[in-house]
Design a protein around this ligand. Structure first.
Ligand code: ADP
Ligand code: MG
Length: 724
């Protein structure tokens, strides 16, 4: 084992190469997602138990935890009154003696025969005036049944506690044993981080860090060990993003659009963009103006734009996007707007048509519903360049869609599209690489954005257009139905003045059927109870599309005053008369979802309310769910999507946020973006990544680093990044 081991090397060795891992254990580990030695070594302890305190028997104090090394002097076994076996030892270390008692472990009498030397770790108790240890942890040191101290040592050390999986049938102790062998056999690992950087950032060596996190000599070393490993995770991620960004710019043929920020300020008139802005029935907000100026500068600039536009629901992203698309059109190119659903595509297409009606710009809607002759005509128009702007769904990605000259691509609701889909659409630019604007209405904290969208430049609409009504949010935790009276009274009062209300039903399971059933039952209960006499309607995902559209239409016209629904109403419902949103079992929803649901009211001119029901003590004896309570209190306290996103990140950790994103992002095992120290490290990691890629764009002088990036990303992406 002369050469240093690389992570790739460890990733290619199955855990079964370890002597301590039997075939059965290997299967269990695999079920738990641990297949390679690398998987094993990156299964980190969740916490530690400190068993390092060694004491003399004479000095043991009642109530303290300690380990003593002592010799067994006497062994007695007897059945206790309840029938269980009691093994009682007297042990002596030369300074004194103490009684050691084991309940229900009859085999101890054999293991700890007279004359055996062992370490006993446990809490010192007292029984009939004498000190004793009950059921201590034991390591036999010498004697008849002695086993090697070392791998199996349980006392006088800091014991790592692994997130043992009961389901897979693995104990923390077993995992520790496997890890210890793996570490021993792995030897020294390659450390791709150059020494200068390690010194500059006061980071530990990788091998030392890995050893210390699994088997720390003292609790104090777990901090720096973790810091180094967290850095590695964040660094790999940032390096991949910086490389992706560089590859993108390097391989790009930018279109220099003929558009200027002075069209945004009004200093230049008469261009398509200027006429569009002048024709809007409102003034752009400061945030919109600033964002648009930046975007326009990108469009005119020497690199293709690669930007993320964040803004809460209703902050006015569409106008900004449309101005960007028109920037392409006035430069002789085309614009494409891609959205995740047909409903949204239709909504956007009609909004866009309404806004550019006076500009003689041909706008088309392309979804899978467009078929036959209409589709052929549209495809021809796109290929010839006559269609200036196309709004569409995934349908835009199909091979048959060709553009005469695609100049700007806008993708709405990015989180539903993958990196590959972005790339597919961009690749449709024949003349050059289109500029890309990605929009998201799901606010993401800055640090998280750096992780998820780190290859995109970020710009935020942090201001709402004026005149938005306030939404008062009230959390009524229950548990008594009487506690919810306020919500139903509000519904009745609002309906009485001609407004309308939503009641959203609990998300009781992953099953659409079950959810539909609960909405149906709630509909019946409320119609006969709290909302008797009102015109109540029902809407859920199990209804036929026609019935759903009918229910929505009747709610729009006011024929239905209260709509009891499942979360199908979450996106795209715009009913200005709706002023009350009641969310039942709100503790079962995530914060982002609650925020989006709340956004369904307050869309008109009348003051609006949102009621969050549930989340108090449900009386099952477990008390209220503290995290759910924090979530609900936060949503009730703030209507700022970004502030809520920060709270959400703190409460949930980034695991759920990053979820099943592209490979590489799931690599954050230790790093936590809700930890301020880790956030700082993230910024440092970005700096190092930038500096290294600046000096060595293809990582030719950083071979092991490049290899690790390839290992943690998909091969295709790896190839793309290192294509010169
Ligand atoms: P989102 O950011 O959620 O996509 P939209 O672009 O759909 O928001 O805008 C929401 C509503 O606000 C639209 O009806 C839009 O016409 C309107 N709007 C956008 N910008 C402004 C503004 N500066 N002043 C007033 N209303 C605006
Ligand atoms: Mg929108």
């Amino acid at each position: 084992m002369a050469a240093l081991r690389s992570l790739r090397d460890l990733s290619q060795r199955p855990v079964s190469v370890l002597e301590t891992v039997s075939a059965r254990k290997a299967t269990q580990l695999a079920q738990w997602g641990v297949e390679s030695v690398l998987d094993l070594l990156t299964t980190y302890p969740r916490r530690y138990i400190d068993r390092t305190v060694q004491a003399d028997v004479s000095g043991l104090e009642v109530g303290a935890e300690a380990a003593v090394l002592a010799e067994v002097q006497r062994v007695r076994s007897r059945p206790a009154r309840n029938g269980r076996m009691v093994v009682q030892l007297t042990v002596d270390d030369g300074t004194g003696r103490i009684e050691v008692v084991f309940f229900n472990q009859p085999w101890r009498a054999k293991q700890l025969e007279e004359g055996t030397e062992a370490i006993f770790w446990g809490k010192v108790g007292e029984y009939r005036g004498a000190r004793q240890m009950v059921n201590p942890v034991v390591d036999v040191v010498a004697g008849v049944a002695a086993v090697a101290v070392g791998r199996t040592r349980r006392t006088l050390r800091i014991l790592p506690v692994y997130p043992a999986s009961a389901k897979a049938g693995l104990t923390s102790w077993e995992i520790g044993t496997f890890v210890e062998e793996a570490l021993e056999r792995a030897g020294e690992l390659v450390d791709p981080l150059p020494d200068e950087w390690r010194t500059a950032l006061s980071l530990w060596d990788r091998t030392a860090a890995l050893r210390a996190i699994h088997g720390p000599e003292s609790l104090a070393v777990t901090g720096p060990a973790r810091r180094r490993l967290v850095f590695d995770e964040l660094f790999r991620l940032q390096l991949a993003l910086v490389l992706r960004r560089r590859a993108f710019e390097h391989n790009a043929r930018a279109l220099r659009h003929q558009v200027s920020p002075r069209e945004v300020t009004g200093a230049i008139e008469g261009t398509l963009v200027a006429r569009f802005l002048a024709g809007l029935p409102f003034e752009l907000t400061r945030a919109q103006r600033q964002a648009l100026a930046v975007i326009v500068a990108d469009l005119a600039g020497p690199f293709p734009m690669h930007r993320l536009l964040q803004g809460d629901v209703g902050s006015g992203k569409t106008v900004v996007a449309l101005a960007a698309l028109l920037g392409a059109v006035q430069s002789g190119h085309q614009g494409a707007l891609m959205v995740p659903t047909e409903v949204l595509a239709e909504q956007h297409a009609s909004a866009v048509r309404a806004m550019v009606g006076h500009l003689e710009v041909r706008v088309e809607l392309l979804t899978s519903r467009v078929k036959g002759a209409a589709r052929r005509t549209m495809l021809e128009g796109l290929a010839s360049g006559e269609v200036a702007i196309v709004v569409g769904t995934h349908a835009l990605l199909t091979d048959e869609v060709e553009f005469g000259s695609l100049g700007v691509v806008v993708i709405d609701e990015q989180h539903r599209f993958g990196v590959e889909q972005r790339a597919t659409l961009r690749a449709k630019g024949e003349v050059g690489d289109p500029d890309l604007l990605v929009m998201t209405a799901t606010p993401i904290p800055r640090t998280a954005a750096m992780v998820i969208f780190g290859d995109l430049d970020l710009i935020t609409l942090d201001e709402m257009p004026p005149g938005r009504v306030t939404i008062t949010t009230r959390w009524l935790p229950g548990p008594s139905p009487a506690d919810e009276g306020e919500a139903w009274e509000r519904v009745r009062a609002e309906v009485a003045v001609g407004h309308r209300a939503f009641v959203v039903c609990p998300l009781v399971s992953d099953s659409v059927k079950v959810e539909a059933k609960s909405a149906t039952e709630e509909f019946e209960r409320l119609s006969a109870g709290e909302l008797a006499g009102l015109r109540v309607g029902l809407l859920h995902g199990q209804m036929a599309p026609a019935a759903r559209e009918d229910a929505m239409a009747r709610f729009r016209t006011g024929e239905v005053e209260v709509l009891v629904a499942t979360t199908v109403i979450e996106v795209g419902v715009d009913v200005p008369e709706a002023t009350v949103m009641v969310i039942e079992n709100a503790d079962r929803f995530g914060m982002a979802q609650l925020h989006q649901l709340r956004g369904r009211v307050g869309r008109g001119t009348a003051a609006s309310w949102c009621y969050l029901l549930g989340g108090g003590d449900d009386g099952d004896g477990g008390g209220p769910d503290a995290v759910a309570a924090e979530r609900l209190a936060a949503v009730a306290a703030s209507s700022d999507g970004f502030a809520l996103a920060e709270v959400d990140l703190r409460l949930r950790g980034e695991g759920t946020l990053l979820g099943a994103r592209q490979k590489g992002h799931t690599d954050l095992r230790l790093a936590s973006l809700s930890d301020p120290d880790d956030r700082l490290l993230l910024t440092e990691a970005r700096k190092v990544a930038d500096a290294i890629v600046d000096g060595d764009p293809l990582l030719l002088a950083h071979e092991s680093m490049a290899d690790e990036i390839r290992l943690f990303l998909s091969d295709d992406e790896g190839e793309y990044l290192f294509k010169s």
